[in-house]
Design a protein around this ligand. Structure first.
Ligand code: ATR
Length: 258
């Protein structure tokens, strides 16, 4: 995706993968800095571990406790997290800010991905925001760790099934339904009676069983390709100052995965 963007934007750059020994992260960061890399993305299992190795971490990433993007500004390493904002950017393809603010939104899952999305959504102040997780304590600790202007709700998946008909937008942030366990679903979709939009952050498969069934029950759907592309575009913008063509990237990746 990034290499396509470099080409499209006429930028002399390369995006390459590096597998790093977990015991040598500090050395790797020093090496990348010495080689004067413009920036990089950070993925599992280093999103938290890299924080103390950076010179500065943006507020959002600090709050979430995870960094996915680093920019090297004349030797000063600055960390941020574009995952949550990337999700919100993809949500804007389906809903305006005003519509989001009038919506009752349910996030399923309370892991790392959920935390970033919760924070980004809470900033938009939807009418209601709830987090449902298999283990309630984790949902509770998520909503307590992130300060919001409006009160958010933490519930168990079981409890949430009783309330499912009260949500307009339901977002799956868990790994339930990801390849190869493609028939698994995070909740009982038949109870999502008034849901107009079901979103999943999974992009393999492109259409999870959750999205397929939600569609059968009348909801519009949003798969994880948009979030993937937009989190990347936000990072690309930090490194290059340009806004890459995200629509083209969504079509290209959808074709590749389809
Ligand atoms: P990530 O950083 O990708 O979000 P994570 O931190 O491991 O990954 O979080 C995974 C999320 O998926 C959690 O909300 C987890 O629920 P628990 O906190 O109860 O473990 C959820 N999850 C994973 N497998 C699940 C399953 N089989 N049923 C329900 N929830 C599941």
């Amino acid at each position: 995706m990034h290499n396509h963007w470099f080409e499209e934007e006429g930028i002399d750059g390369k995006y390459v993968p590096f597998e790093i020994d977990p015991n040598r992260l500090e050395e790797a960061v020093r090496g990348m800095k010495a080689l004067n890399f413009t920036g990089w993305n950070v993925t599992i299992p280093f999103k938290e571990a890299i924080i103390p190795l950076l010179d500065q971490v943006e507020e959002d990433a600090k709050l979430i406790g995870a960094v996915n993007t680093v920019i090297n500004q004349q030797g000063k390493l600055i960390g941020s997290n574009t995952d949550g904002a990337g999700f919100v950017e993809s949500l804007y393809e389906k809903r305006t800010l005003k519509e989001i603010q009038q919506s009752s939104i349910l996030l399923i899952g309370a892991g790392g991905a959920a935390k970033g999305i919760f924070h980004a959504l809470a900033k938009l102040e939807p009418a209601h925001l709830a987090v449902a997780n298999r283990t309630e304590e984790r949902a509770l600790s998520l909503i307590q760790s992130i300060k919001t202007n409006k009160k958010a709700q933490a519930i168990t998946i079981r409890e949430c099934e009783k309330l499912l008909s009260t949500f307009d937008i339901v977002i799956n942030t868990t790994s339930v339904g990801m390849f190869p366990h493609v028939e698994n679903m995070p909740i009982d979709v038949t109870k999502m009676k008034n849901c107009t939009l079901a979103a999943d952050i999974i992009y393999n498969p492109l259409e999870t069983a959750f999205l397929r069934e939600a569609k059968k029950h009348g909801a519009d759907t949003l798969n994880g390709v948009g979030m993937f592309v937009h989190q990347g575009a936000l990072a690309f913008h930090q490194w290059t100052g340009t806004n890459p063509d995200t629509d083209k990237a969504v079509s290209r990746i959808t074709k590749q995965l389809g």
